[in-house]
Design a protein around this ligand. Structure first.
Ligand SMILES: Cc1cc2nc3c(=O)[nH]c(=O)nc-3n(C[C@H](O)[C@H](O)[C@H](O)COP(=O)(O)O)c2cc1C
Length: 372
């Protein structure tokens, strides 16, 4: 029976291996074909299934170097030193994809120079009711109102402890939905302390539109208080970590001026610009369809120009006195170049990764080598 059981499990492994091989060939030969199939199903379900598939793929060590060969590029000209960290290349995976630090170790297989995990909150929480993730195919965009669904900081730390790769990890931190804003500092402190030994840099997220009241923390007074407190804790450490602030694309120029002043005052290392937008202008998707989806943050192509504008404004007005990670609507090498030309030191992708597939990272890096 035991032998029969073993044979059966061997068969399953072989079938799974073949299946992953076939799917990966589709990835490489035609992600568009695979996308057509994937986009027939509910967006969040597909995200979950893709995770199971990726976990399976990343658990086969010998296959990792094989796929790495297809998806990664190494070149001296891609290397960057930003906020004291040495990046192999400037293209990262944005927060929200690997919220719970489940697959970060394998993600350098796809050529990412860094991965931002989170947003992590002190306690685990379910997030908003489903459905909460919607594709706007005609716009190459996504609307999400996930609401910081995550396993909580303890679970995330227990996974980060087992890190095997050298990939740079950013820890994106937030507050629990039930924590009132006047107690928010406490939540950020808990996440900061618990993640400190396991991430390379921090991102303070006060810009998600999906946690009620969160964006009010971007106001001058509460934001200064929050960042000063985190810096106090940081400076007391033997080796402080870079802290960045993630901002919304919906801020006015005068609010951006405040942000520059606050960064200067608190000595933060930089800004992640930008999060998703609540703006719904100039979409190809009909007003009625957009209305039916309801609230949430819009990401992808329609966000590209505004996010570049914010990066340019911050970079020019601050005389590049802090680092900028540019994110929002990057779906081609040209889009990434546009962000870097506007003043970004590094870039991140999320929605473009869903629409264009994993080869996007290599495309961007090859283009950067060519234009160097
Ligand atoms: C489904 C989804 C979940 C996200 N979750 C988070 C999150 O938890 N924390 C965060 O800072 N940003 C989150 N983001 C925002 C992205 O990190 C990024 O800033 C934004 O999507 C713009 O980039 P893109 O146009 O390349 O997607 C999320 C985005 C999406 C699409």
């Amino acid at each position: 029976m035991l032998i029969l059981g073993l044979e059966a499990s061997n068969d399953i492994i072989i079938i799974l291996l073949l299946l992953s091989l076939v799917l990966l060939l589709f990835y490489i030969l035609s992600y568009k074909f695979l996308r057509y199939f994937l986009f027939l199903f509910d967006a969040e379900k597909i995200h979950k299934i893709s995770f199971i598939f990726l976990k399976l793929l990343f658990s086969i060590p010998s296959s990792l170097s094989f796929w790495k060969h297809f998806f990664t590029t190494k070149n001296k000209s891609l290397e960057r030193t930003v906020f004291g960290l040495n990046f192999d290349n400037p293209v990262g995976l944005a927060a929200g994809f690997d919220k719970d630090a489940e697959i970060f170790d394998g993600l350098d297989t796809f050529g990412f120079g860094f991965v931002e995990i989170g947003t992590v909150t002190p306690l685990a929480q379910d997030g908003n009711p489903k459905p909460r993730l919607f594709r706007l195919k005609k716009d190459h965009a996504v609307i999400n109102r996930m609401g910081f669904n995550n396993d909580g900081v303890e679970a995330v730390v227990s996974r980060l402890r087992r890190k095997k790769s050298n990939i740079i990890i950013g820890g994106n931190i937030g507050k629990n939905k039930l924590t009132p804003n006047d107690k928010a500092i406490n939540d950020y402190e808990i996440c900061f302390e618990k993640l400190f030994n396991y991430v390379d840099y921090f991102v303070v997220n006060v810009s998600s539109p999906n946690t009620p009241g969160l964006r009010e923390l971007q106001d001058k007074e509460p934001l200064t208080k929050l960042l000063k407190r985190l810096q106090e804790i940081n400076i007391d450490k033997y080796k402080p970590k870079p802290i960045l602030l993630k901002i919304a694309p919906d801020l006015t120029n005068s609010q951006l001026d405040d942000i520059i002043q606050i960064i200067d005052e608190t000595g933060l290392e930089g800004v992640v610009a930008t999060n998703t937008t609540i703006n719904r202008d100039n979409l190809i998707t009909t007003n009625e369809d957009v209305k039916n989806i309801g609230n949430g943050g819009l990401s992808g192509k329609p966000l590209k120009d505004r996010s570049t504008e914010v990066i340019k404004y911050l970079s020019e007005k601050s005389n590049s006195s802090f680092s900028i990670i540019g994110v929002g609507g990057i779906s081609s090498a040209n889009d990434a170049k546009e962000k870097l030309d506007a003043g970004a030191d590094l870039v991140q992708i999320y929605t473009g990764f869903i629409y264009e597939g994993p080869s996007l990272v290599k495309k961007i890096n090859l283009d950067l080598i060519k234009n160097n």
